[in-house]
Design a binder for this molecule. Structure first.
Ligand SMILES: Cc1cc2nc3c(=O)[nH]c(=O)nc-3n(C[C@H](O)[C@H](O)[C@H](O)COP(=O)(O)OP(=O)(O)OC[C@H]3O[C@@H](n4cnc5c(N)ncnc54)[C@H](O)[C@@H]3O)c2cc1C
Length: 464
């Protein structure tokens, strides 16, 4: 353990520089702070700095750099790859920094980097405002945004990064810089899709939009036997759908949760999750075809508070499970791709496991692929196999299932993948995740982090 090699006085003088706590193995709170969403990740940092502001982050970045300690940055800790923590190094834990300040007149939110989607939605919805963000509420705004940021509002308002106005960043040199279109524009470009490669973002400034407070959404559940017909309809419908319509589709084994009818528990089903970003009555008309296709066994689509819809999948994606994800971007959904999905998804091998399709296009695709570091502007969908389980004895079985499913889908996929969905054994796919923007990202990395201090991420290696 590195702690054994760190002089007590060194740790104490570091601790004295911080307002937040510095935790070591055995300290109260250490195990909580090193725990991330994916229970397959079990890393033991030497030190965890629970930062309360940019000053703490600067001190921590300087400390790790000067002592050449492995350095990880934890936002919401939701990354499936587990990059928010490291063994034998320092973790900058941003979770105490979760304030969100909304300017309702300007429709702008300033968001500290430890905020979760729950924090952001709670504060912005107090003013009937929102911006694009993740669909499971404990997910960190920081990691989600730095990778791109898909969400229910993305077809209407673009990705999270398309609504990012500026960010404050602690650099590898320990400086605090502001990045926007007009200040450090190369860094700002890289932050919008290039992950945590360039520094520690301490706060984000987002453009907000009028949303809700009620929105029309819910689940339309079909028996898996109906999946081919329903998915073909889904494809044709979404290809021409207005931007205000988002609809995810997911195969799942109905989990034993009260929100699902008990007779369905354990069954493999196809779920459509239509969502309308706008007036409820307009939404009823727009979503109706998605509710009329086939003969659904349940339909829970109804007006509900946007904040409730944003928490509606929290129980399915709860923490404490073992997780492994394999994802592809798709150009479209051919009949053959649908057949392959149905074949591999039947049956879904464990409760809470999902195989999900997120339709993209709309506002996302009207931005040039090189306007931000996020390159996947022409992908129609993101496809992800996401098994969940608790018994470590099932690791090989469920990881193998996800891998063979993913491989079977490869002929129907582009070569690209969303960086935020990469698992920890996929470093060879990092280039594909940054696509045609990779070379420019290397230039930005060379300028802002030539020593690769920030490497616990989907890493862009500097070339000197
Ligand atoms: C249940 C679940 C639901 C999800 N839903 C969505 C979704 O709807 N849309 C979507 O786009 N993605 C979604 N994701 C993927 C998600 O975007 C990524 O997992 C993202 O990394 C989570 O951010 P985080 O802050 O929680 O991650 P962390 O695990 O804390 O960090 C992830 C990476 O970002 C880096 N990082 C974090 N904060 C900072 C910072 N302030 N400065 C610099 N680097 C930082 C970390 O070092 C690490 O490399 C989901 C993931 C899960 C597990």
């Amino acid at each position: 353990m590195v702690t054994a090699n760190l002089e007590e006085t060194t740790v104490e003088s570091f601790s004295d520089q911080l307002h937040g706590d510095v935790l070591r193995p055995g300290d109260a709170g250490y195990d909580d702070a090193r725990t991330v969403w994916n229970a397959m990740i079990d890393k033991e940092p030497a030190l965890i700095a629970r930062c309360t502001g940019s000053a703490d982050v600067i001190a921590a970045a300087n400390f790790a750099r000067d002592l050449d300690l492995p350095l990880a940055v934890k936002g919401g800790g939701h990354n499936v790859a587990g990059d928010a923590v490291c063994d034998n190094g320092l973790v900058i834990d941003l979770s105490p920094m979760n304030a969100v300040r909304v300017d309702p007149e300007a429709q702008i939110a300033r968001v500290q980097a430890g905020a979760t989607m729950a924090d952001l939605d709670h504060e912005t919805q107090a003013f009937g405002l929102a911006t694009t963000g993740g669909i499971v509420s404990p997910t960190g705004v920081a990691g989600l945004t730095l990778g791109g940021g898909l969400g229910r509002l993305d077809r209407k308002f673009g990705l999270a990064i398309d609504n990012l106005l500026s960010a404050d960043v602690v650099t590898a040199e320990g400086d605090l810089v502001h990045a926007s279109e007009s200040e450090n524009p190369d860094l700002f470009w890289g932050l919008r899709g290039g992950g945590g490669n360039f520094g520690v973002v301490t706060s984000f400034e987002f453009q907000l939009h009028e949303v809700g407070p009620d929105v029309l959404t819910g689940r339309v559940i079909h028996p898996v036997e109906a999946a081919p017909d329903v998915l073909r309809f889904y494809r044709d419908f979404m290809t021409d759908a207005p931007d205000a319509v988002q609809c995810y589709a997911a195969f799942t084994q109905v989990p034993p949760l009260p929100e699902f009818p008990e007779p369905l528990h354990g069954q493999t089903v196809l779920v459509l999750i239509p969502f309308y970003a706008g007036d409820i009555e307009n939404g009823r008309a727009a979503l109706q075809p998605l509710r009329e296709v086939g003969d659904p066994i349940a339909d829970t689509v109804q007006p509900q508070p946007y904040t409730v819809s944003q928490r509606s999948s929290d129980d399915i994606y709860q923490e404490g499970h073992r997780n492994y994800w394999k994802s592809h971007n798709l150009e479209g959904l051919s009949d053959e791709a649908i057949e392959t999905m149905v074949e591999h998804a039947t049956p879904i091998p464990s409760p809470f496991t999902t195989v999900f399709l997120e339709w993209m296009e709309g506002a996302i695709s009207r931005i040039d692929p090189d306007a931000t570091a996020f390159p996947h502007r022409d992908a129609a969908l993101s496809f992800t196999v996401a098994p969940k389980w608790t018994d470590p004895e099932r690791d090989d079985e469920l990881i193998g299932w996800a891998q063979s499913f993913h491989e079977a889908m490869a002929p129907h996929a582009t070569d690209s993948v969303y960086a935020n969905y990469l698992s920890r054994d996929e470093s060879e796919r990092v280039r594909a995740a940054y696509g045609e923007n990779y070379d420019r990202l290397v230039e930005v990395k060379n300028e802002w982090d030539p020593e690769n201090v920030f490497r616990m991420n989907q890493n862009i290696e500097p070339t000197g």
